[in-house]
Design a protein around this ligand. Structure first.
Ligand code: C2E
Ligand code: CA
Ligand code: CA
Ligand code: CA
Length: 279
């Protein structure tokens, strides 16, 4: 449990010992889960708002726990990140996702993109560039079809080193997306200091697009910012046709969300079919 305590501000409160114990148990289960094949990759489509077509998918990790049922990644990814288990799990996700994109590309007869979330720990790892390069080579997927999603959380590490890793990944031809843009304290610092190709507007801004004029102004500004920096923009978490319409009016190029498709196992998706607008 020592690794879990690292960099954490610890305040004693009733129930804390139980919570810590719970985390340790979950982490032990997770290590076993990888080997027992309880992890699964789900995929959520990204839509080109101009024509409604699926341009690619984001890979999202799922854990089918034998006793607890489906454990959300928000609960176990941070544990895996703290323990280092994310390196092994992340490699597996990357292999699955890139392999699946190769299959979809062949089926659809056009390039299908794949976005994989990369945790700060993975990005800091010495072997990440060689790993990505090897996975692409083994699958035959053109590097331009792979997007690696990072959050500004990577800025909490050695920035020069992170910048070097991101540059090396881009030299492979891979795209870099800034995930959850606008939620942290350093989104603009990220843009100033680190390379990127895609900006993903966080769901929290998209959620209020219907009525809230402030959210609308913020989203409009983020789209404008992306345009000025020559970045592709993806609006996350689009759930309603109203949000869809507002984004269309703001000339947002891409979107993702339950309106277009939920994260599902690969066989449930067919990139050759236009995504339903859901509404
Ligand atoms: P994220 O990368 O920001 O992923 C988007 C999350 O929003 C996903 O949650 C997705 O299911 C959810 N979502 C998508 N559309 C909608 C919508 O219209 N409405 C709402 N309410 N939610 C929507 P999920 O799958 O639970 O993943 C949560 C987070 O866990 C991810 O956030 C990502 O940070 C992390 N994660 C997931 N898979 C991986 C992975 O393979 N590696 C790493 N390092 N992190 C992962
Ligand atoms: Ca993401
Ligand atoms: Ca996100
Ligand atoms: Ca998120």
């Amino acid at each position: 449990a020592k690794a879990l305590g690292k960099n954490r501000l610890v305040r004693y409160a009733p129930g804390m010992a139980e919570a810590a114990e719970e985390e340790v148990t979950l982490l032990q289960d997770l290590t076993a889960a990888v080997r027992a094949g309880q992890l699964e990759v789900y995929y959520q489509p990204t839509i080109d708002l101009a024509d409604g077509r699926t341009t690619g998918y984001e890979a999202l990790l799922r854990w089918q726990h034998p006793q607890r049922g489906l454990v959300p990644p928000a609960e176990f990814v941070p544990l895996a990140e703290a323990s280092g288990a994310i390196l092994e799990i992340g490699r597996w996700v990357l292999e699955q996702a890139v392999g699946q994109a190769t299959v979809w590309t062949a089926e659809a007869g056009r390039p299908i993109g794949i976005a994989v979330n990369l945790s700060p720990r993975q990005l800091a790892d010495d072997d990440v560039v060689a790993l990505v390069s090897a996975v692409l080579a083994a699958s035959g997927l053109p590097a331009a079809q792979l997007t690696l999603e990072v959050t500004e959380g990577v800025l909490l590490r050695d920035v020069d080193r992170v910048a070097g890793q991101l540059r090396a990944l881009r030299e492979l031809g891979v795209r870099i997306a800034i995930d959850d843009f606008g939620t942290g304290y350093a989104s603009l610092t990220y843009l100033r200091r680190l390379p990127a190709d895609v900006l993903k507007i966080d769901r929290s801004f998209v959620q209020d697009l219907g009525g809230d004029v402030r959210s609308r102004a913020l989203v409009a500004s983020m789209i404008e910012l992306a345009r000025n920096l020559r970045l592709e923009v993806v609006a996350e978490g689009v759930e309603t046709s109203e949000q869809h319409a507002v984004l269309g009016g703001l000339a947002c190029s891409h979107a993702q969300g339950y309106l277009f498709g939920r994260p599902l196992p690969a066989p449930a998706h067919d990139p050759a079919q236009p995504a339903p607008t859901g509404a």
